[in-house]
Design a protein around this ligand. Structure first.
Ligand code: NAD
Length: 458
């Protein structure tokens, strides 16, 4: 089902459906986005930043309501939903506060007579195509810096995030973003292609799978539009040694199963040194044993949430089954519930053969996949034997040894003794099939900017 809707993954019940936009509505949206840009870019950056700070305040004020929407839509535990809204608000506020300072004009020395200034100017109307796994955070990363810069936004959210998509649009309107400045579009994929081709649109940012990234990137290239692609990952977490192996295993497990394991930079490959491997896996098995399905809106200890859709749960199940058929061992979990609910019990998988099809795939669900290695060289070779390159981490009691290894990771974000550092000021993005471009932090302001040369001859 590709229709925009709210469908509770805990029950499979379709709660509400929404009409896909007509071509006429898309044309009106394009016209409004362009018209709004003409006015929005003329306002001072301080003025735009003040509106964006108000957006952040409204996210905070409506936290509970916003959180309940996504827990129902895509099954996130309510406590994690609240964390997400708070994080989105902090990112939006970061650009409201620091954005103007990050977009200032600056002079560069000129060898010919005159004054050369690099100006940072908006480019126009932009299209965002966003996934369901963090419905607010993903939009915040893209929309906030661009609104401060003076660009306008058309946002196509995932089909299962219709209510959160509308709630964001309402906040933008209530905060004072002008008509056409931020528009939600319930657009079809064909309409997205038309929007990218339209001369009034200057760029597109997609967060999603590499499959969608390749399609959108191709459409952008054909139409000479700038694109930012934030795609998937199979991030390595290398554990060389530990004072308390079980403690590191608990950290690995907590991150791997958060958000139902549906996190782009989740530690999807746990690469563990031979002498601590058995203890590490034993702790994961203990953590994965005896878990029961629970209600995302009212979750108790020992319970897990559904995946985003029945389709997603079936896909994860079939990937794990394929891994087992290829020689891997499913140690615990990995049980698909009866339909139409989307529960899949958190699993521990070991012994995935390096030459299997599964080895190269992202499993977008709560599956801890563990590999045994016997040297630092073997660990880094395995970590880099991957088509993706989003993030990665190395754990050791010797931070210098961990740093030496992390320096060799082919990824966009490396970490020592933490899995993933995330905060409004820290840039996010990858290399290889994980895409290109960066969001968040100072670099997040730099993607859809006209760095215009202004030269005054002497
Ligand atoms: P998806 O690619 O199926 O969908 C993402 C968005 O793209 C949705 O809005 C979808 O409707 C749209 N889309 C898909 N095909 C399209 C087409 N042909 N034309 C126009 N729009 C199209 O991804 P998903 O399943 O929603 O999200 C999961 C994926 O996103 C995972 O691979 C995950 O790793 C990745 N992800 C990456 C990041 C990051 O920052 N790098 C963050 C979150 C998720």
């Amino acid at each position: 089902m590709s229709q925009y809707r709210v469908q509770n993954p805990a029950t499979g019940e379709v709660v509400e459906t929404f009409e896909t936009a007509t071509d006429q509505q898309i044309e009106e949206a394009l016209a409004q986005a362009h018209d709004a840009y003409i006015g929005w870019r003329e306002r001072s950056i301080q003025d735009r930043a003040a509106v964006v700070r108000r957006v952040a305040e409204l996210f905070e004020e409506r936290k509970q309501e916003l959180a309940e929407i996504i827990s129902l839509e895509m099954g996130k535990p309510l406590a994690e939903s609240i964390d997400e809204v708070e994080f989105a608000a902090s990112i939006i506020d970061y650009y409201g506060v620091h954005g103007p300072g990050l977009a200032t004009d600056y002079e560069i020395p000129s060898t010919i007579p005159g004054k050369a200034v690099i100006e940072q100017r908006p480019v126009g109307a932009l299209l965002g195509v966003m996934p369901w796994n963090f419905p607010y955070y993903q939009v915040a990363r893209f929309a906030a810096p661009n609104l401060v810069l003076g660009n306008t936004i058309m946002l196509k959210h995932a089909e299962i995030c219709a209510r959160s998509a509308l709630a964001i649009e309402q906040i933008m309107r209530d905060a004072g973003v002008p008509v056409g400045g931020y528009q939600n579009l319930f657009a079809s994929h064909d309409q997205i292609a038309e929007i990218i081709a339209d001369a009034r649109v200057q760029g597109v940012s997609l967060t999603g799978s590499e499959r969608a990234g390749a399609i959108i990137g191709e459409q952008a290239g054909r139409n000479l539009k700038k694109a930012v692609l934030e795609l998937g990952g199979i991030d390595p977490m290398i554990v060389l040694d530990a004072d308390d192996v079980a403690e590191v295993a608990r950290e690995a497990w907590g991150f791997r199963v958060s958000n139902g394991g549906q996190v782009c930079n989740s530690n999807k490959r746990l690469i563990v040194m031979d002498d601590i491997y058995d203890d590490f896996v034993a702790e994961l098995e203990r953590l994965a044993t005896g878990l029961e399905p629970g209600d995302p809106l009212d979750l108790s200890d020992g319970q897990f949430t559904p995946l985003s859709t029945r389709e997603a749960a079936e896909k994860v199940h079939s990937q794990v089954q394929q891994a087992v058929a290829e020689g891997a061992t499913l140690r615990v979990g990995g049980v698909l519930s009866d339909g139409p609910a989307a529960y899949y019990s958190p699993a521990v998988l070991t012994g995935v053969p390096r030459d299997s099809a599964t080895y190269r795939q992202e499993i977008f669900g709560p599956v801890a996949t563990v590999y045994r290695v016997s040297s630092d060289e073997e660990a880094i070779a395995l970590a880099n034997d991957c088509d993706f390159g989003l993030g990665g981490s190395v754990f050791s009691t010797d931070p210098a040894r961990a740093k030496r290894l992390s320096d060799r990771l082919e990824v966009g974000m490396t970490h020592v003794n933490t899995i993933a550092a995330e905060s409004a000021e820290l840039p996010f993005g990858g290399v290889k099939y994980s895409g290109f471009g960066r969001e968040m932090g100072p670099l997040g302001m730099g993607e859809f900017v006209n760095r215009r040369l202004h030269f005054i001859a002497e």
